[in-house]
Design a protein around this ligand. Structure first.
Ligand code: URA
Length: 435
């Protein structure tokens, strides 16, 4: 006799409803997320459903329920009992929808810590062509993001931040994120919104700031789509009692002069030392200002923490707390290739997607889930749009540990940049603010 409890739904029916443009019920959404998390819905069935969602979209009510079901798939941290100097922690976090050269979390967290904020950050690995904070920070010898809840609590009190792999938070997202990455279903508003917000709602921040990317190097290319994504996430945050604001920022060109893993950590260290590229500094400070306001911290100047070394000091303490050793030189790929200018003039536009794909081909990202990434793989950009170029000078340097990767990476860069007679149009970095 079969004594197993019958399932209330079956995956082929749920998939077909979405395939045909229908709206999934709350019960169907709860069932499919729980079933996938626990292995009762197979990878190929979830892959088909994700593609149907990608093609058909979701109604706002479906996105809200899908997100809530992902939050419910795991633990939800609560750090409201923690105190520093007798006062509750100002718990605030930031998340980006995915960019190229987007190392902003690395200088941003220490700035916010130095200003009195506390940041519990569930961070991700690379997705599609974009890099992941964890992959970058793991380029530091010894750094680990596998933190227990107790370690996270301790670090929030002692150091002011913890950067951790989501682990038991929103485990449905961990599985869906990996599946989207290999099934062509990353670039979907409902799937991005639910992925970002499920982790962020579960991680225990009391306020959130989102950096929603717009342009060629973003998952959603147009301002209209990105604005809708930002509004959806702001609304999801409000519905779950986590005040959320969003900046829409340009992602047509790579951020800064480094795209990859260790190269981005090195650039972040330059910013923390008071230097670094203007756009990385400007975005770090804009997001810090939003985070401090969201956390109710006023009367502090985030820029001062980069000038006086207090942000660098916080970064060192954060890295040391997570086992990292900054005294060990950051790795650099052993095989190196350069791209030089065949004429003088002015550096034109640089296509973020071309540079991202070059870094990915060099080994900075993964082709299959669970693949290791190369810490030393990446691209250095020597001339940014609008900078003068002399014939014969190096414009890009490519690094990898696998020499055979150089040729395909060079092919990705081909056509992604130009040198001309005049400066390309200026693109505003900060496009808008919502929430
Ligand atoms: N970051 C996430 O966590 N998920 C996405 O889908 C995109 C960016």
């Amino acid at each position: 006799m079969d004594t197993t409890t019958p399932e209330p739904f079956d995956a082929p029916t749920v998939i077909a409803i979405k395939r045909d443009g229908g709206v999934l019920s709350d019960a169907q959404i709860d069932w499919v997320i729980d079933g996938y998390t626990h292995g009762r819905v197979a990878d190929e069935q979830m892959a088909a459903l994700l593609m149907a969602i990608y093609l058909r979209g979701m109604a706002p009510g479906e996105i809200a329920r899908w997100t809530a079901a992902m939050v419910e798939s795991g633990q939800r941290f609560d750090f409201t009992d923690l105190r520093r100097d007798g006062k509750p922690l100002a718990l605030v976090d930031k998340h980006s929808t995915g960019g190229v050269g987007d190392k902003i979390t690395i200088p941003l967290l220490p700035v916010v810590m130095a200003c009195g904020g506390s940041v519990p950050q569930a961070a991700g690995r690379g997705l599609g062509h974009t890099g992941g904070t964890l992959d970058k920070l793991e380029a530091i010898r010894g750094f680990t993001a596998e933190l227990s809840k107790d370690q996270i609590r301790q670090q929030l009190c002692d150091v002011g931040a913890a950067v951790f792999a989501a682990g038991e938070l929103a485990p449905a997202d961990r599985k869906i994120y990996a599946l989207r990455d290999i099934t062509g279903t990353v670039e979907s508003l409902p799937l991005i919104a639910s992925s970002v917000m499920s982790k962020k709602l579960a991680e225990g921040a009391r306020a959130l700031v989102l950096d929603v990317k717009v342009g060629r190097g973003a998952f959603l290319k147009t301002e209209t789509e990105s604005r809708a994504l930002a509004q959806t996430m702001v609304d999801l945050g409000a519905a779950h009692g986590v005040p959320t604001r969003a900046l829409l920022t340009d992602m047509n060109r790579p951020l800064g002069r480094a795209v990859g893993n260790a190269v981005e950590v090195a650039e972040s260290l330059e910013v923390l030392a008071g230097g670094g590229p203007d756009d990385v500094v400007a975005l770090t400070l804009a997001l810090a200002t939003e985070m401090l306001a969201a956390a109710g911290i006023d009367g502090v100047d985030p820029a001062e923490t980069l000038r006086d070394g207090s942000a660098m000091d916080r970064f060192r303490r954060l890295v040391a707390a997570q086992g990292g050793d900054l005294s060990v030189e950051l790795p650099t790929g052993a095989a190196v290739e350069t791209v030089t200018a065949d004429r003088g003039g002015v550096m034109g536009d640089i296509d973020a997607m071309g540079v991202a794909m070059a870094a990915w081909r060099l080994g900075a990202g993964r082709a299959r889930p669970g693949d290791p990434v190369q810490a030393g793989a990446g691209v250095r950009i020597h001339r940014r749009p609008g900078e003068p170029v002399t014939a014969g000078e190096t414009l890009f340097t490519l690094y990898t540990d696998t020499p055979e990767r150089l040729r395909p990476a060079l092919a990705e860069l081909d056509g992604a940049w130009s040198v001309g007679d005049g400066a390309p149009p200026q693109l505003p970095l900060l496009i808008d603010r919502l929430g």
